[in-house]
Design a protein around this ligand. Structure first.
Ligand code: CMC
Length: 429
């Protein structure tokens, strides 16, 4: 805590209001506005662009410099040298594991990959054409109906078990939501495989043939999970924290995160990117769509471009672009027509005055959409895969909040509706 103070002078209030200013390890100073309520005032910050809603030690982002650190480690170093489960350990416990800790962690995750057999029948209640994110919202929330022995949020052991269950079961549930939509039998997890490899096995394997998963593609999948693992107080993580602040159980909280992630401005963007590329259809139509993106009267936006926090470049996008190039080369897909559209859009965004001036760069979802398409993942599964990767971030933040001191989240408002008025009987209206 620093000795810095900010003073606020407001017409009609005698004297200035002193507000403490907090300094983090790095990053902007934070004015503590808690004293305003006692002075009959709230702050107004739609979209929370200037509001720190909590104190956290998990992830740091400097949007101007394009920096993303997990527990202090830069994302590009983690993407190059680490793997998804090791990054999960780091996010959850704050340090990189030693060899024994890593083996133990991986083994425990593997021990939880299977889901309760009754959950398999639960899927049959959905329509075959249900969006897999709709299924995930329902099924993940429903885990609280199956795993009663990890619902006590005041018990650290319960919280640990819930964390392992969620990280381990998300790929199983995600692959099941896909298998259900195409009418194929669900695949049981194979714990002899790595996390990403196992996911691809459950997605593309069938009971008739053993799966053959290319190590290059499994590595690309692992990297996608890793690059989505956490992103500090984004919309879905803030939703998980807010839901958790009421004391809700972890499975219900993660389901709320999945719902928030689904929107096209957040996790739904990777699916929207591919839909947009398909809608554009041909390189010759790109100018028309770019003109629409620039037109203030047209709600159309170029999906996969721009970011609330990164106003220089998205460091995840840099790594993801490299991974995309590797995967496309491995699959011999460099000349794919959809990818030609993507490449041209990327060129335009990096050179066109409108995009440069507004600092709209290709974001992580632009490239992850391209990789997932190349891996043969159906578009409707893209956001589900984001949710699988982000689950650890949601849990790490939820656990950080629950194990510290917290209050129920309760934002206030600037009310602009009617002042008090008397009820008018129906015959007088
Ligand atoms: N295409 C065209 N114009 C855009 C775009 C875009 N993709 N994004 C922002 N703008 C314009 C916007 O019209 C506005 O112009 P003006 O100042 O003239 O009104 C200006 O840029 C600032 O936009 P904003 O909506 O105030 O910015 P924001 O920080 O509130 O929104 C965003 C960030 C990510 C929601 C937005 O850039 C967007 O909708 N992008 C497309 C969706 C997308 O790719 N989302 C994935 C984000 S990365 C994954 C994740 O972390 O969830």
């Amino acid at each position: 805590m620093s000795d810095l103070k900010a003073t606020l002078t407001v017409d009609g209030i005698d004297g200035a209001i002193e507000l403490p200013v907090h300094e983090g390890t790095i990053g902007p100073r934070v004015v503590d506005v808690g004293a305003l309520t006692a002075n009959g005032m709230f702050t107004y910050d739609p979209g929370f662009v200037s509001t720190a809603a909590c104190e956290s030690q998990i992830t740091y982002i400097d949007g101007a410099k394009g920096v993303l650190l997990h527990r202090g480690y830069p994302i590009d170093q983690l993407a190059e040298h680490s793997d998804y489960l090791e990054t999960c350990y780091l996010l959850l416990y704050g340090e990189l594991p030693d060899k024994t800790q890593k083996e133990q962690f991986v083994r425990t995750v593997h021990n939880h990959t299977m889901v309760h057999e009754q959950i398999r029948t639960f899927y049959n209640g959905f329509r075959r054409d249900a969006h897999p994110m709709a299924i995930m919202c329902g099924v993940v929330g429903a885990l609280s109906a199956f795993y009663h022995d990890s619902l006590d949020i005041s018990d650290e052991h319960h919280r640990q078990v819930a964390a392992f269950r969620l990280i381990a079961k998300m790929p199983t549930l995600a692959a099941m939501s896909y298998k259900f939509s195409i009418g194929q039998p669900f695949m049981y997890p194979d714990n002899s495989m790595g996390y990403a490899e196992n996911f691809l096995h459950m997605m593309f394997g069938t009971p008739c043939e053993p799966s053959r998963i290319s190590p290059v593609l499994a590595k690309a999948m692992d990297r996608i999970f890793l690059l989505h693992a956490d992103h500090e107080q984004n919309a879905s993580t803030s939703t998980v924290r807010l839901a958790g602040s009421s004391g809700a159980n972890p499975f219900a909280c993660i389901a709320s995160g999945i719902a928030a992630l689904w929107g096209p401005s957040h996790g739904g963007a990777n699916e929207a990117v591919l839909n947009m590329l398909e809608e554009i259809g041909d390189v010759s139509r790109i100018d028309e769509f770019v003109a629409r993106a620039k037109d203030k009267n047209d709600p159309f936006r170029l999906m996969g471009f721009g970011h609330r926090v990164y106003k220089n470049f998205d460091p995840r996008a840099k790594v993801m672009k490299q991974a995309a190039d590797e995967v496309l080369a491995e699959l011999g897909m460099e000349n794919d027509p959809l990818l030609a559209i993507a490449k041209r859009l990327e060129e335009i965004a990096l050179s066109d005055e409108y995009f440069i001036e507004k600092k709209l760069y290709p974001n992580v979802d632009f490239y992850s959409g391209i990789i997932l398409k190349a891996l043969g993942i159906p578009t409707s599964m893209f956001t589900v895969i984001f949710a699988v990767g982000r689950t650890v971030g949601w849990i790490a933040h939820w656990n950080e909040m629950i194990s510290g001191s917290y209050r129920i989240g309760r934002p206030r408002q600037l009310y602009t509706g009617y002042a008090q008025r008397d009820y008018i009987p129906l015959d007088q209206r």
